[in-house]
Every structure is written in structure tokens, then in C-alpha cells.
Design a protein around this ligand. Structure first.
Ligand code: NAD
Length: 358
């Protein structure tokens, strides 16, 4: 197959980690007989510097013409909150997700076998293993609802943020979760706050209707406060966890922490028609940019997700994940994950070792 891939290298360590991921793509292409056409897309602080705005005209069209999008990271102190919105990298990130209709964010939280010691939880909890997929609704809810700020007569300023969800929005993310569970251990945990919120009561009723359509998938409702607790008490109980935007934002960070390092975790944002967007969960790490210190594994594992979810090529995804596990099992570490006494290797060397294993 020939795949056309948009590369958004971005800012800070973005170009360094994307370059290693591209190397891995090429190694996979060689092994499995695929070719790639790469399209460089300017987005983020580097775009502000080059053309005066972080989300240049035509960005979404360029991405839509590709089979998938690989993003490094954007942002940095140079383009902070003192800049107008159109020059800020975060504006571009929200815009591209919205414009491509990427309503489902998939974040696996996997404790890789060689990294069990990095898990901050009790040893016996870590030993049970962690392999869950957080599915977060990405384009609705309170982050996109109407906001208001007004002066009251007796209580000073008052603000509101509206949380709204439609049946259609809930159903499409719910279906994603059930379909994903069928490819995994066949369990869906749906997280809500149905004892308080009306949006959650609608969420729950739609999920129950879907659960009847997927009798082969085990289903449970979990209140968000209980889920936060269970993620640190016994994360091994979860397979697919599906939830609305704000709960997912918070819980996915919690889930990633229990697996150790930010430099190891990939993510995918997908919609119904446009290409999926694959990116590490970490930011542009300006403190280590340009020093060959960044861990490229999260971006490389994002490429594995690209093969699995955009190209339906599980063997290629498995090969990348196995290569990462093999390099970690051999004891190779970038500085962010190096145990005391271990001499770390650089970004490029980590990429080279993973390519060699593929
Ligand atoms: P960050 O993830 O960039 O860095 C947090 C810490 O983790 C830093 O110490 C950094 O050195 C380290 N780190 C991150 N990725 C690493 C890697 N691959 N290898 C080794 N160490 C790594 O978060 P931050 O410092 O809060 O944000 C920096 C910038 O990135 C900000 O401008 C922020 O807005 C932006 N950001 C972008 C994205 C994105 O592009 N999706 C996500 C989060 C933050």
C-alpha cells in the first residue's frame, strides 16, 4: 500500500520525535511492503513565526487530502497568553481537531512490562498489569458550551459554563467504545455523574441502549469519583473506559501517571470520515528541545496506533510495539525514564535501536 501522511512537526521537541517516528514508518514500510508520501504541514508557534498565525489557511484541507496525520507537539513560552489567540499554538490545536471532526480521543494507558518499576502504585497492583483504553469525547460538553460572565447586584461577578450533550454525540462515542472493546478484552466501563447531572443521565440511558446491541461486551456504569479512586486502587480492572470531555481530560491524565512516564504514551483522535490524528500525549518540552534528550517512544507508539486504527493493519502495529518492548527490555533508556545508575541514550539512538528491531 501507499499511504499519504501529513506531518505536523510543530515546536520544541516536536521535530525531533517526529523524525524518529518517520524513520520507524520507513522501517515498517520496508518490512511489510508499504510506501509513504509525506506532506509537511505548518502548525503551531513555528507557523506564527513563518506566516503570522498558528493555524494557517488551508491547513485542514491539506490534512484532509492525507490518509492520516502525525503530530509532534506545539507550544512554548515564546507564544504565550500575552499573544492574540490567532498566534497561540493551542488555538491551532483545538481548531484542527474541530475542523477534522475528531470527536473521539483514544488514550491507551499501558504499563509496559520492562517499565513496571516506574509505576507509582503498590508493587502487587503493578504486577497485575495495566492495559486500559481511555475513550474521551473530544468536541462536545462543557469545553465547547456557551460561556457567560455578568455582574450581579449583590454577589459580584458571576460566570457560567454550559455543559450540553445530544443523544447523537453520545451514541457515536459510545459505539466507538463498544467496537474497540470487541478488539480488546470485551469490557466497557462508562463513566458519568448520573446521580447529579442531567447530561449524565442522558449519557447513561444512551449507553444502556447500546449495551443491549453489544451483548458480547461486558458493560458497567461507574461514577466519575469512584473511577478516579479505582484508577489508583486497581487499574487492572479496566479495559475500555468511555466518558465525556471534561471527565476524560482529567481521568486520562490520572491514568497516564499510573503507567510511569509521559514520554511513553501515545494517543489517537478520530472521527467518522476525515483522517485520524496521532500524537504523543506530552507537550513540546521546551526545557530539553534541541538537545537530543527527548524520548521518541510516545510518538513511535502513536504510529503503531495509526496502523491499527486508520489503516486496519494490526501486524504492523504489533511489530512496532514489540520492537519498543524489546529495546526497553534490553535496558535502553532515554534520560526521562533512566533508573539511577543507568547511562541514558539520546533521541536518535533510541529511534535507531527501535528501527533495528523492526
Ligand atoms: P510538556 O509535556 O511539554 O513537559 C512536561 C515535562 O515532561 C518537562 O519536564 C519535559 O521535559 C518532560 N517531557 C515531555 N515530553 C517528554 C519526552 N518526550 N521526553 C522526555 N521528557 C519529556 O508539558 P509542559 O511543560 O506543560 O508544556 C510545554 C509546552 O507544550 C506548552 O507550551 C504547552 O502548551 C505545550 N503542550 C502541547 C501539547 C500538544 O502539542 N498536544 C500538549 C501539552 C502541552
Amino acid at each position: 500500500m501507499n499511504y499519504k501522511i501529513a506531518l505536523i512537526k510543530g515546536d520544541g521537541i516536536g521535530p525531533e520525535v517526529v523524525n524518529e517516528a518517520v524513520g520507524v514508518l520507513e522501517a515498517v514500510g520496508e518490512k511489510f511492503g508499504h510506501t509513504f508520501e509525506f506532506v509537511d504541514v505548518l502548525l503551531g508557534g513555528c507557523a506564527t513565526d513563518a506566516v503570522g498565525k498558528s493555524y494557517p489557511d488551508g491547513t485542514a484541507e491539506k490534512c484532509r487530502a492525507c490518509d492520516a496525520v502525525l503530530l509532534g507537539a506545539v507550544g512554548g513560552p515564546k507564544w504565550g497568553s500575552d499573544k492574540p489567540p490567532e498566534q497561540r499554538p493551542e488555538t491551532a490545536l483545538l481548531a484542527i481537531r474541530k475542523d477534522l471532526g475528531l470527536y473521539a480521543n483514544l488514550r491507551p494507558a499501558t504499563l509496559r512490562p520492562a517499565m513496571a518499576d516506574a509505576c507509582p502504585l503498590k508493587k502487587e497492583t503493578a504486577e497485575k498489569g495495566i492495559d486500559l483504553m481511555m475513550v474521551r469525547e473530544l468536541t462536545g460538553g462543557i469545553y465547547f458550551g456557551k460561556r457567560d460572565r455578568y455582574q450581579t447586584e449583590d454577589r459580584g461577578l458571576e460566570c457560567t459554563d454550559l455543559m450540553a450533550y445530544s443523544e447523537q454525540e453520545i451514541e457515536r462515542i459510545g459505539r466507538r467504545a463498544f467496537e474497540l472493546a470487541r478488539l480488546r478484552r470485551k469490557k466497557v466501563s462508562s463513566v458519568d455523574k448520573a446521580n447529579v447531572l442531567e447530561t449524565s443521565r442522558l449519557w447513561r440511558s444512551v449507553m444502556h441502549r447500546l449495551a443491549e446491541e453489544y451483548p458480547d461486551v461486558q458493560y458497567e456504569d461507574v461514577l466519575v469519583d469512584n473511577c478516579a479512586m479505582q484508577l489508583v486502587r486497581d487499574p487492572g480492572q479496566f479495559d475500555v473506559v468511555v466518558t465525556e470531555n471534561m471527565f476524560g481530560d482529567i481521568l486520562s491524565d490520572e491514568a497516564s501517571m499510573v503507567t510511569g512516564s509521559i514520554g511513553l504514551l501515545p494517543s489517537a483522535s478520530i472521527g467518522d470520515t476525515a483522517p485520524g490524528l496521532y500524537e504523543p500525549i506530552h507537550g513540546s518540552a521546551p526545557d530539553i528541545a534541541g538537545q537530543d534528550k527527548a524520548n521518541p517512544i510516545a510518538t513511535i507508539l502513536s504510529v503503531a496506533m495509526m496502523f491499527r486504527y486508520s489503516f486496519q493493519r494490526a501486524a504492523e502495529a504489533d511489530a512496532i510495539e514489540a520492537a519498543v518492548d524489546a529495546v526497553l527490555a534490553e535496558g535502553w533508556r532515554t534520560p526521562d525514564i533512566a533508573e539511577p545508575g543507568v547511562t541514558p541514550i539520546g533521541t536518535k539512538e533510541m529511534g535507531r535501536l527501535i528501527r533495528a528491531h523492526i
